[in-house]
Structure formats: structure tokens, C-alpha cells
Design a protein around this ligand. Structure first.
Ligand SMILES: NC(=O)c1ccc[n+]([C@@H]2O[C@H](COP(=O)([O-])OP(=O)(O)OC[C@H]3O[C@@H](n4cnc5c(N)ncnc54)[C@H](O)[C@@H]3O)[C@@H](O)[C@H]2O)c1
Length: 437
């Protein structure tokens, strides 16, 4: 049976490498569609948890993993020797930036090497990790072809970007169109057939490079628009205008405007990182990506803007920031997620500590800071949120507007609130204590 036939009859074994925020939703989608799925991860703790029916990602419930385990449709392993088993392999490993803010493809290259060690005829390899245009063709293909097997003749190679939006109840993998591009036509045909089994619509594009570029465009669009409203927030504030009121008014236009919201910076595993993959690649073509660089400057500058806002608000109350107790509410990178990676809370906490504040935090989704590669010294534990705990603070800073918070209750007890998210707009009592940042 050919790979195409196996895919069309759901007899293909689907391998997912990297069982994180992107890999697990893919496992769910393919297992629910009737495929058997073999998940790979180098972290033995994750493998053990999954095989025992436990999820470590909030929006993928353990009950689902247990159901898949019971049905025998999903197994996790840290044994990369089993990479010869799957007919289709989807790569969802991290693509971070190096300390000098250049693409760090270590995980992708290591994974490609592990696949190459066992590559067999008929396998379809798809990269899902976000990266610059050219990665699949220039980085993956040579590693895989070093085996002597040839793409299009012996195996298939494609790129299909993940569009997962963690915590978004409206859109999940199964309801989001899937863009697919490949390095040659046969690979495209097999990859399209595979994703047609799980996606509501598959959008084939002319090449793997085009698919990579489409994903990076989506993320740059967000990065730039977030920077735009952050910049305007500072200006409108000086003009005595409220950015939140203005955005609400602007978004009533039924066409040509899409609302983005300001905040304490930018965050998450994608928006502050992926645009710089393209900025790096652009330099090889002698082009400077001004919008990407400017978006980075503006969004990063929000840390200082918020820190100064807190200092000024305390100053108004005859208090220096140095020695003041500051409680940060919400440290996840966005509302209702349990992910702290690249959260704007992290540089803000570091800056406040540098300025001498005594910082604590509360987050219902982050009970304790995981170890963070870029912030090795930040080790904190969520405090208990009580009226007394709020009253004890000199300032309470809203960094992440989780829906679990009752803002009226916070405003009732906190002596001073610095709101970076427009979370307290509907609070009526105690407005004098609220400062926008
Ligand atoms: N998180 C998102 O919302 C999101 C959305 C779209 C795209 N992406 C992209 O998807 C990719 C993965 O992101 P994520 O958020 O799922 O990361 P993650 O850190 O949640 O998961 C990655 C997993 O890969 C594992 N891993 C690392 N190296 C491995 C290897 N060599 N072999 C097997 N497993 C390995 C890690 O242990 C981890 O469990 C990135 O390129 C990211 O930019 C993420």
C-alpha cells in the first residue's frame, strides 16, 4: 500500500515529534480522526505522564489523553529509535532565538538527524515549527537526503505551519484551515491528503518556502499591530485620551479595521520571536525589515513605560518605588493560559526588582515559576490572594487579565492599581485608585 493510500484509508501511523503546546493538539486531531498516533518527546517526564493518562497543558484535558490511551490510539515514547515506525512524521519542536537573537535551529536539526538515522522509503516528513522561509528546503532536505534517499522518489517532505491559539475556545486545530507547501509536487499531494483528514480546509501553496513565509507574515502582522497600539497608547495618554475607548469606537467599523490591544509589552512563544527569524534571513538579501525592528523596539519599551508609571503613581502618594511592595496580578503571557514563556511580566518584575521594589505575584494558572532559560534567577511562587494581602501592598499591577479575577473585588481592597490591560474599565467604585499604564 502506498503512503497516499494509507493516509486516505487512515491506516497510516502518524508520528508527532515534540509533545508540547503544538504537538498535543495535533495528537488529539489525528487520534480523533481515527489514526493511530505515536508521540515522541525527549523529556521522559512528559512521556511518562502522557502514557499514564495525564496532560500537562491546561487546554488539553487529562480525560482526553486517558480516552486515547484506553482506545489504544495514542502512545508516547522517548525512544527515537522508533522513528522508523510512523508513515508520516510531524515535527513540532521549539524554534527559539539564540542569545544574540538569531534563529536557533538546534532542535530542528537534531530532530532531522534522528529521523535521517532511520529514514525509510515512503515516509512523509512535515515540519510544523515556525521558522524563516527556506528552512525545510535548505536545512531539512540536505540532512534527510544525506541518507542516499531522494525526496519525491523515496520519501516526501513538506511544511505546514501550526496556527494553534492556546486558550482560544472558538478556534482549535480541527476548525482552522491548514496551509501546506512542499519541496516538490508528490510531497505536496501526500501532505495535502494527510491534512485533509483533520482540517476543515487545506490551502496548498506553491512551495514549502511560501508556506513558511505565510506563517511568519501572520505573526509579524500581530507584532507590528500590537506595537502600533502600544505607541498610540503613550501618545493618546499624553493627549488625555483613553486608547481603550478609542479602539472600541474604531472597531465598530465593519470593514478595513481589525482591533489589536495595548499591554505591558508582548509575549508568548511566537510573537516576540518569529519575526526575528525573517529579519535575520532578510539580511542575507541585503534588506532591513524596518517594521519588525521598530515593532520590537516599541513593544520592549513598554516594560520601562509601565515601571515608570508605577514609580510615578507611588510618587504621587509620597512613596518611593524602592522598598515599596508591588504585587503583580497575572504572569502568564496572555489571558487564561498557563504558559509563562516570553511573558512581559518577566522583564517587568526584573526591572521593578532592579529599582528596589519588593515584588510578589499572583497567578491562578502559574503556581510557581518553572525554570526559565533567559531568566535563571527568577524563582517565585504565587501568593495567596486575600483582601488582607491586597491591602498590604503599596501597588497592585495588572499584567495579565485572567478571567478568574474579580476586578471590583481587587479595586475594593488594593490601595493603588496600575492597569496595563484596560481590565478595570467597568469598575465604578474606587476609580481614583486606578492608574492606566
Ligand atoms: N505555542 C504556540 O501557541 C505555537 C503556535 C504556533 C506555532 N508554534 C511553533 O511550534 C513550535 C513548537 O512550539 P510549542 O509551543 O509546542 O513548544 P513546546 O516547548 O510546548 O513543545 C516542544 C516539545 O518538543 C520537545 N522536544 C525538544 N526537542 C526535541 C527533540 N529533539 N525530539 C523530540 N522532542 C523534542 C520538548 O521536550 C517539548 O515537549 C515552535 O516552532 C513554535 O514557534 C507554537
Amino acid at each position: 500500500m502506498t503512503t497516499l493510500e494509507k493516509v486516505r484509508t487512515k491506516k497510516a501511523l502518524v508520528g508527532v515529534i515534540g509533545l508540547g503546546y503544538v504537538g498535543l493538539p495535533l495528537v488529539r486531531a489525528f487520534a480523533r480522526a481515527g489514526f493511530r498516533v505515536l508521540g515522541f518527546d525527549v523529556d521522559p517526564k512528559k512521556v511518562k505522564a502522557l502514557n499514564a493518562g495525564r496532560s500537562y497543558i491546561k487546554h488539553i484535558p487529562s480525560s482526553l489523553i486517558r480516552e486515547l490511551r484506553r482506545a489504544g490510539t495514542f502512545e508516547a515514547t522517548d525512544d527515537l529509535g522508533r522513528l522508523a515506525e510512523p508513515d508520516c512524521i510531524l515535527i513540532c519542536v521549539p524554534t527559539p532565538l539564540s542569545p544574540t537573537r538569531e534563529p536557533d535551529l538546534t532542535f530542528v536539526k537534531r530532530t532531522a538527524g534522528a529521523i535521517a538515522d532511520r529514514l525509510r522509503p515512503g515516509q512523509l516528513i512535515v515540519l510544523e515549527s515556525t521558522t524563516y522561509p527556506g528552512t525545510t528546503r535548505e536545512v531539512l532536505q540536505p540532512i534527510l537526503e544525506k541518507t542516499g534517499l531522494k525526496v519525491g522518489r523515496d520519501f516526501y517532505l513538506a511544511y505546514s505551519p501550526e496556527r494553534e491559539d492556546p486558550g482560544n475556545p472558538t478556534y482549535q486545530m480541527e476548525s482552522i484551515p491548514k496551509v501546506v507547501g512542499a519541496v516538490e509536487p508528490k510531497s505536496l499531494k501526500v501532505a495535502v491528503a494527510l491534512y485533509e483528514q483533520v482540517a476543515p480546509r487545506v490551502v496548498p501553496v506553491s512551495s514549502a518556502d511560501a508556506a513558511e513565509a505565510s506563517k511568519i507574515l501572520e505573526n509579524i502582522y500581530r507584532a507590528v499591530n500590537i506595537a502600533l497600539v502600544n505607541e498610540l497608547k503613550v501618545l493618546f495618554d499624553k493627549m488625555g485620551l483613553d486608547i481603550w475607548e478609542i479602539i472600541e469606537a474604531a472597531k465598530t467599523k465593519p470593514f478595513g479595521y481589525h482591533a489589536f490591544y495595548p499591554g505591558p509589552g508582548w509575549g508568548g512563544h511566537c510573537i516576540p520571536i518569529d519575526p526575528f527569524y525573517l529579519a535575520w534571513k532578510a539580511r542575507q538579501f541585503g534588506v532591513t525589515t524596518h517594521f519588525i525592528e521598530r515593532a520590537g523596539e516599541v513593544n520592549v519599551s513598554m516594560t520601562e513605560f509601565v515601571a515608570q508609571r508605577i514609580a510615578q503613581a507611588l510618587n504621587q502618594r509620597r512613596k518611593p518605588l524602592k522598598g515599596s511592595k508591588v504585587l503583580v496580578l497575572g504572569v502568564a503571557y496572555k489571558r487564561d493560559v498557563d504558559d509563562i514563556r516570553e511573558s512581559p511580566a518577566l522583564p517587568l518584575i526584573e526591572r521593578l526588582q532592579e529599582l528596589g521594589a519588593r515584588v510578589s505575584y499572583h497567578d491562578p494558572h502559574i503556581p510557581v515559576f518553572p525554570s526559565l532559560r533567559e531568566h535563571p534567577d527568577l524563582k517565585m511562587k504565587s501568593v495567596k490572594l486575600t483582601p488582607a494581602a491586597l491591602r498590604r501592598q503599596d501597588a497592585v499591577v495588572i499584567v495579565t487579565d485572567h478571567s478568574a479575577y474579580d476586578w471590583d473585588w481587587v479595586a475594593e481592597h488594593a490601595p493603588l492599581i496600575v492597569d496595563t490591560r484596560g481590565a478595570t474599565r467597568s469598575v465604578t467604585r474606587g476609580r481614583k485608585k486606578i492608574v492606566k499604564a
